[in-house]
Write a protein that binds this ligand. Structure first.
Ligand code: Z5A
Length: 209
């Protein structure tokens, strides 16, 4: 596979979408083939699963069902969009991927890694990002930023501060365990300053540009 798979992670409101868009612009300006996508979602079918998992329809969604739906969406997204894009040599910038499952369903909800690991193996068939940018910042201001935006809060966004603190802690623990793949980037400061930190991490991935 000749492309480059880069994922963005972090708690809600930390600036992932903003930075994905900035990096896309920088890569497109260099004439590169870039695919921007997100999880859960990314294809028509996976977006339907996203709608199921993020929005109440008056019926409880057990944690096990949430986990399985995340991986159902991921299997569709990986096979139908990400793998073909990498095969044609594209840079795939994905707003969240499997680290989010370990952080939210694992750290947040308390599901054991031993239950998540085999689902990752099944859904991804060996595909992992070459590089994961973990945008890290204190949780409270990030949540405040996200919640200041117009629009309805989804099921997960409505969780407590303690939930998001566990999510952040799990992300940082995963980064400490896989420092060659997961790069922790300070997400405080202006979007330009954060973007410059990300560029310093990403640029060496494919040599001088
Ligand atoms: N989820 C899961 O549980 N398990 C999984 O396996 C996966 C996902 C894959 C998807 O939500 C939810 O699914 C997510 C985890 C769960 N739930 N939560 N929480 P989503 O895709 O709707 O939202 P999100 O991923 O949480 O992202 P977000 O809320 O859109 O935040 P963001 O992309 O990190 O931030 P942003 O949109 O770029 O910026 C937020 C605001 O801050 C915005 O107004 C910006 O203009 C502003 N901003 C951005 N950067 C800055 C800086 N540097 N300074 C000042 N202001 C800034």
């Amino acid at each position: 596979m000749s492309g480059c798979f880069i994922t963005f992670e972090g708690v809600e409101g930390v600036g992932k979408s903003t930075q994905v868009a900035r990096l896309e612009e920088a890569l497109l300006a260099r004439g590169l083939d870039v695919l921007v996508t997100r999880e859960p979602g990314g294809t028509p079918l996976a977006e339907q699963i996203r709608a199921l998992v993020l929005h109440h329809r008056g019926e409880a969604l057990p944690d096990a069902a949430e986990l399985l739906l995340m991986f159902a969406a991921r299997a569709v997204h990986t096979e139908n969009l990400i793998r073909p894009a990498l095969q044609r040599g594209a840079f795939v910038l994905c707003d969240r991927y499997t680290d989010a499952t370990y952080a939210y369903q694992g750290g947040g909800r308390g599901i054991a890694d031993a239950l998540i690991d085999p689902l990752a193996t099944l859904a991804q068939r060996g595909l992992w990002p070459q590089c994961t940018i973990l945008l890290d910042a204190p949780v409270a201001p990030a949540l405040q930023r996200a919640r200041a935006r117009a629009g309805k809060t989804d099921r997960i966004e409505g969780e407590t501060l303690a939930f998001f603190e566990r999510v952040r802690a799990r992300y940082l623990a995963r980064a400490a365990a896989a420092p060659e793949r997961i790069q922790v980037v300070d997400a405080t400061g202006t979007p330009e300053a954060v973007g410059a930190r990300i560029w310093a991490v990403v640029r060496p991935l494919w040599g001088a540009m």
